[in-house]
Ligand binder design. Structure first.
Ligand code: CAA
Length: 258
């Protein structure tokens, strides 16, 4: 039997997904994307999990979509089968927070997958880029849309048109990543952040994720109204009562995720 292209593990309330095609620098072929989608949905549905971490290898988070697989595809192979939509966007259905822990290359589809995560923690070895232009295509999994939203048009155009890579320090300055840490601390930092998130009230966490995402998808007034209604609705939860009572009583809250 061939080895899984995606490995899963749990640590407390954190689900860990490791992309496992190291010899091909985790090039993202259909089988890998199918397995990744299944692993994400399984953790999302598991009530013992409160946050998810996706990582790759030391050398590569992922070096992009699988060029060898795509090389001979025709227009109808990609348009007809709705390549990208068919299995790249499962991560967008995930309602629990997803942290991307990136070491080494995050290029092309690898950078795009990283940008679909809610929080990005980078090792100081991380390199981000959208080099598709070098092989005669353009980013197809959100690179031309999410990168400018994250780093602005100036840097996005630079990366997309010249194919140059951005190191971790530049990515942090530009606002693409949340934190940069020494490579040997990457997993500890990512798992700790996920553990903190998973210790919070799950409905509050899920609504906060939805509300922040609204900032990218809706005009300000709609986003503000959405946020306010989410805020109001949390007053119907046990965990709001418990969180505020525990604060007043100077003790740790015992959330029940409802
Ligand atoms: N697809 C398929 N195989 C890949 C790959 C990819 N995207 N990236 C790396 N590999 C394979 C290489 O073919 C090589 O395989 P072999 O050992 O069998 O020859 C192996 O991984 C190691 O790669 P290199 O020998 O090239 O390693 P390197 O250290 O010299 O270079 C690199 C590393 C700069 C990342 C280089 O591999 C590279 O440029 N990769 C391609 C990056 C790229 O163009 N990504 C965009 C893909 S298109 C896309 O993602 C479309 C989209 O928007 C969805």
């Amino acid at each position: 039997m061939s080895e899984s292209l995606v490995l899963t593990d749990t640590q407390g309330r954190v689900g860990l997904i490791t992309l496992n095609r190291p010899k091909a620098l985790n090039a993202l072929n259909d089988a890998l994307m199918d397995e990744l989608g299944a692993a994400l949905l399984a953790f999302d549905a598991n009530e013992d999990i409160g946050a998810i971490v996706i990582t790759g290898s030391e050398k590569a988070f992922a070096a992009g979509a699988d060029i060898g697989a795509m090389k001979d595809w025709t227009y109808m192979d990609v348009f007809g089968a709705d390549y990208i939509t068919r299995n790249w966007e499962t991560i967008r259905k995930v309602r629990k927070p997803v942290i991307g822990a990136v070491a080494g290359y995050a290029l092309g589809g690898g950078c795009e997958l990283a940008m679909m995560c809610d929080i990005l923690i980078a090792a100081d070895t991380a390199k981000f880029g959208q080099p598709e232009i070098k092989i005669g295509i353009l980013p197809g999994a959100g690179g031309t849309q999410r990168l400018p939203r994250a780093v602005g048009k100036a840097k996005a155009m630079d990366l997309v048109l010249t194919a140059r890579m951005m190191d971790a320090a530049e990515a942090e300055r530009a606002g693409l990543v949340s934190r940069v840490v020494p490579a040997d601390k990457l997993m500890e930092e990512a798992m700790d952040a996920a553990t903190v998130i998973a210790s919070m009230s799950l409905p509050a966490v899920m609504m906060a994720k939805e509300a922040v995402n609204r900032a990218y998808e809706a005009p300000l007034n709609d986003g503000l109204l959405f946020e306010r209604r989410m805020f109001h609705s949390l007053f119907g939860t046990h965990d709001q009562k418990e969180g505020m009572t525990a604060f007043m009583e100077k003790r740790k809250p015992e959330f029940r995720n409802k």
